[in-house]
Design a protein around this ligand. Structure first.
Ligand code: E4P
Length: 218
């Protein structure tokens, strides 16, 4: 499973990239606003740190506008992935870009029907938002399961399932068990993945016992 980090915070991205766990980055207008940075500058910096796909979202709502913005965004770096919303215009823009070999992440997916359309538009990634579905009392992970099953019926669907709006480590494990290709994870949740009290306790005991031996390795 690939791990993308869901942030526009370059400090966090650098820190997590150093772990060797990062396969890409997703941003959205809200995350860019939160960073307080210039959109183009921050994307350029991110693309220099991470070699995998870096999603940059268009803000036009018509296909022609999305294509114009997307073309400008692709000039930032080779690993830019254009992010478009799941609308008819977004799907038209998706088809345009993927037909020309540019990666596209179709975002704001909340149903299997929408995911089917994105695959038919040749999307590189489909982003179903699990946390936002859970927030309104629906089962976000059931949607992931449905999309994974649906896509696996057709060899010619090349779209990867990118699980988005992740709120906790359980979302990631469940997504991995379902065979989802990618999880885009907030930095705080990615860091939680390593936690286990028995690891901490075990290490504490090993170190205390080692001290008693009075030995040194180096
Ligand atoms: C995905 O690309 C989105 O940026 C993100 O996962 C949305 O998550 P949120 O629901 O926590 O805002």
């Amino acid at each position: 499973m690939k791990f993308f980090v869901d942030t526009a915070d370059i400090k966090e991205i650098r820190d997590l990239a150093a772990t060797g766990m990062l396969d890409g980055v997703t941003t959205n207008p809200s995350l860019v606003a939160k960073s307080g940075r210039d959109f183009f500058e921050v994307l350029k910096e991110i693309c220099a740190v991470v070699t995998g796909p870096v999603s940059a979202e268009v803000t036009a709502t018509d296909a022609a506008g999305m294509i114009k913005e997307g073309e400008k965004l692709t000039k930032i770096a080779k690993n830019i992935c254009i992010k478009v919303p799941l609308t008819w215009d977004g799907l038209k823009a998706c088809k345009h870009f993927t037909s020309n070999g540019t990666m596209v992440n179709v975002t704001l997916c909340f149903s299997a029907a929408q995911a089917l359309l994105a695959a038919k538009a040749g999307a590189t990634f489909i982003s179903p938002f699990v946390g936002r579905l859970d927030d309104i009392g629906q089962d976000g992970m059931q949607l992931i399961s449905d999309i994974c099953t649906m896509y696996s019926q057709y060899d010619y669907f090349k779209t990867e399932v990118l699980v988005a709006s992740i709120r906790n480590p359980v979302h990631i494990i469940d997504a991995a068990l379902m065979g989802a290709h990618v999880a885009t994870i907030p930095p705080s949740v990615l860091r939680q993945l390593i936690n286990h009290p028995l690891t901490d306790k075990g290490l504490e005991v090993f170190l205390a016992d080692w001290q008693k031996t009075g030995q040194k390795i180096a």
